[in-house]
Design a protein around this ligand. Sequence first.
Ligand code: 6PG
Length: 475
Amino acid sequence: SQAEIGLIGLGVMGSNLALNIAEKGNKIAVFNRTVDATRRFYAEAGALKDQIVPCETIEEFVAAIRPPRPIIIMIKAGDPVDQQMEALESHLAKGDIMIDAGNANFRDTMRRFDALKDSGLTFIGMGVSGGEEGARHGPSIMVGGTEESYRRVEKVLTSIAAKYDGVPCVAWLGENGAGHFVKTIHNGIEYADMQMIAEIYGILRDGLKMSAGEIGEVFGAWNKGRLNSYLIEITEKVLKAADPLTANPIVDMILDKAGQKGTGKWSVIEAQNLGIPATGIEAAVAARSISSMKEEREAAEKILGLPSMGEFKVADKAAFIKDLENALLAAKIGAYAQGFAVMAAASKEFNWNLPMPTIAKIWRAGCIIRSQFLDEITTAFAKAPDVANLIVTPAFATMVKETDGALRRVVSAAVLGGLPVPALASALGYFDSYRRGRGTANIIQAQRDFFGAHGFDRIDGADSHHGPWGSGLGA
Ligand code: 6PG
């Protein structure tokens, strides 16, 4: 019988995805640009060989798949995807579906989707989260494209997706770039989550002077509570791991320079394009950038020194650690609220009709930000899918009120102690601005009117739109 699906690109992610597909009982044809990788992959496939058709030419590969042919492309994002699509196109027939499963910029996905429109071929942009393990045993899958093309692959994707209480973490989220956009925001939130964890770690390490192992214990305890999540779980494991070379905690031996491949930055750019504040993600992306300036930071420390506010003082260590837990939860709520607000705005802008409860639902398992918390978000959006902001849903408003005091104390202590907490502070600033009915932009409006006659609206609705600044500007 013919293969149900094809996959091009047998790197780690592609290989793992292919093995997952085969293991779930779906016959799959595979192809790689270099034949060696295909042979090696097949040789190591063990008991799954029966479900795998290794192909050495594109012709053989295409012929092996049942039409209309869904073909997953899992290669480096960017130009290689365009080149691969071009090489493939002439071999395909009407109705065949090219599926880009990499971390594509959704604007590229929209372009590729449109470019194929007249060819009779279709295109799916598919966000896949969960790293190497997820790809092998159950990722979270965010699909964008035509609904019809999704139906062709739904069965296979459902079989390989992670399950949360038996519910598969895969969904069709909308046309063209919807899936890759949602994956981008997932990654933006991932950046914020990771940065906030890093800031809390910094307070424990540099403020409370705790060892990596002790901090690992704290994260371990938190993972049993409301912060329960994959990222907290791996943070404990990371903090408790020893370096094989020196026997020191491995984290103490790792250079403090973080890499980034672009999805966090794209989240921020798109948030700005849409006019939606995503300050937690912005702070996280900026923090990675500053982390990469290692030499500059070392030089600046020599010139400026560390802030000299004396010892980092807390009256009650246990109570402060409880505050740190609640502060992290509060800040997390802020970052997720922002991420979902960006998606809501994008949904309108690009006519996607993104289903918020479904997005939260398919992030509960499989992906990097998976957590119990996302189940709570799922419930909140299911009750109020069109709410303006997650933090005004009843459940999350309660959570914010329960935890923002802790966030305030933690940010204050960190600021006074000279410890950088840009992402935590951004969440506090966001809450404090968002919940305040009367803000301070009246002064900005007055300034704009003063220097540029831009005009303003009045609180009393009177029909007078300029201030009495003189030279004819006063109306
Ligand atoms: C995932 C991850 C994965 C990867 C990103 C971010 O959801 O499985 O987000 O896609 O970690 O590419 O990588 P950077 O941190 O290098 O930007």
